[in-house]
Design a protein. Structure first.
Length: 422
């Protein structure tokens, strides 16, 4: 009986060309973030289960992979199952994002960090998602965060660095939708939503781009929230949002709108003239830890965001006992890398030397060594009957040129490189 050789559902292998594109893209992201004054850190892939399930991760807490305690007996499992408390069997869990680990990291190392700490985290996270296009159970996150800055400078730096990074990756046409949790609170109060239903209502509103106004109205109606009134209000607001410009809302703002919060968002627009910011009062962000400004990256050709973040001033205080302002922005790497193309310049620097079976190994290695010394990436390939298939595979792996090593090839000057596919 054959053994299954596919990776677990929602997790992927990467062929050489895909891996090369990912690493090149990660290099661009790292370089861009560092140019904006952020420093990279690393945290463990696991955190204490209690920390991951402390109420800070919203619905993502339900998707956390648990790590069972050592030494459990079948009786322990049976008792926990009977009590519907399987989570008590785990003392650790795989991180579902990088923000909760960052908060723990800062609480641990605060004395060794600057007053205002600007961090980079680029690492895999795990969620027990239902696998689908753009959603995986293991995926890479690219986060930048600023801890210790209470003013708008944090949001301005984060949005500036993110917009510059998207540009360096070659992504065009992106805009950044922004909102504020104070505005959402005012919106819910305007609907007459009871305080105990606030978080559940926000989770439903966050589905607006997936199920539309009618779907959101139906789900909120099931919670006892006035669905007809909601549908009318969402229609008034418009699902496309309002541009933050000289005429911020394109008309008079609704009476329920928090003027201070909107003024702060308008100030961001003034401070970021080169960034396309769009005020969207229906933007929620599903994580439960956001306390102020929130933002997401949108692209006109895509029905999903390419990243997001916001201010989470209350999280670190849960670990330290003292509130510390914090704000972060995460690029959706897996979605972005699917939009990127292989780098033609890098392919031109990768060459294949095609040789016969009886070629002198020492001579081949000498040629390879001399070419590597000039900055080229070099692969040796033995000539096959199906030469086209060999060269096609090399091209798929990111190589751009090839040359034949002949019996009279004495040095790299004797090599006649041709583009693959020629």
């Amino acid at each position: 009986m054959a053994i299954a050789v596919t990776p677990p559902r929602g997790m992927r292998d990467f062929l050489p060309a895909d891996k090369a594109l990912r690493e090149r893209s990660l290099g661009i992201i790292r370089e861009s973030f560092r140019a904006h004054g952020f420093d990279e850190i690393e945290t463990p892939v696991m955190e204490d289960s209690a920390r991951l399930h402390s109420g800070l991760g919203g619905d993502n807490e339900k998707l956390a992979f648990a790590v069972l305690k050592r030494g459990l007996s079948p009786a322990d499992v049976a008792v926990a199952a009977e009590q519907d408390d399987l989570l008590s069997l785990a003392d650790l869990g795989l991180r579902f994002d990088l923000t909760v680990p960052l908060a723990r990291f800062y609480a641990t190392h605060r004395a060794a960090l600057p007053t205002v700490f600007r961090s980079i985290q680029i690492a895999p996270v795990w969620r027990a998602e239902r696998p689908q296009k753009g959603r995986y159970r293991q995926f890479m996150q690219c986060d930048i965060d600023i801890i210790g800055e209470a003013g708008a400078l944090a949001e301005i730096e984060l949005i500036t660095a993110t917009a510059a990074t998207l540009a360096k990756l070659g992504l065009t046409g992106c805009s950044i939708r922004i909102n504020d949790r104070r505005i959402l609170s005012a919106l819910l109060a305007h609907w007459g939503v009871a305080a105990e239903l606030t978080e559940r209502a926000l989770i439903v509103i966050d589905k607006l781009d997936k199920i539309g106004v009618d779907g959101v109205a139906t789900e909120l109606g099931a919670l006892g929230i006035d669905a007809p009134g909601l549908a009318a209000l969402l229609t008034e607001l418009g699902t496309g949002g309002w541009a933050l410009g000289d005429d911020a809302s394109g008309g008079s703002a609704p009476a329920w709108l928090d003027p201070a919060a909107f003024a702060d968002l308008a100030a961001l627009r003034e401070a970021l003239p080169g960034v396309d910011l769009i005020f969207d009062p229906t933007l929620v962000r599903g994580m439960g830890y956001y306390t102020g400004t929130i933002f997401e990256i949108s692209h006109p050709d895509l029905g999903y965001s390419l990243g997001g973040g916001g201010r989470y001033d209350g999280m670190i205080g849960r670990f330290l006992g003292t509130d510390v302002p914090a704000c972060g922005f995460s690029i959706g790497f897996e979605r972005i890398v699917d939009l990127l193309q292989a780098d033609a310049a890098s392919a031109d620097l990768a060459v294949v030397l095609v040789h016969d079976k009886d070629a002198d190994p020492a001579g081949l290695v000498a040629l390879k060594r001399d070419l590597v010394a000039t900055g080229l990436r070099v692969r040796l390939e033995r000539r096959t009957k199906n030469l086209k298939a060999l060269l096609d595979r090399a091209g798929e792996a990111g190589y751009g040129r090839f040359a034949f090593v002949m019996a009279d090839t004495a040095s790299v000057d004797d090599l006649d490189f041709k583009p693959l596919g020629a």
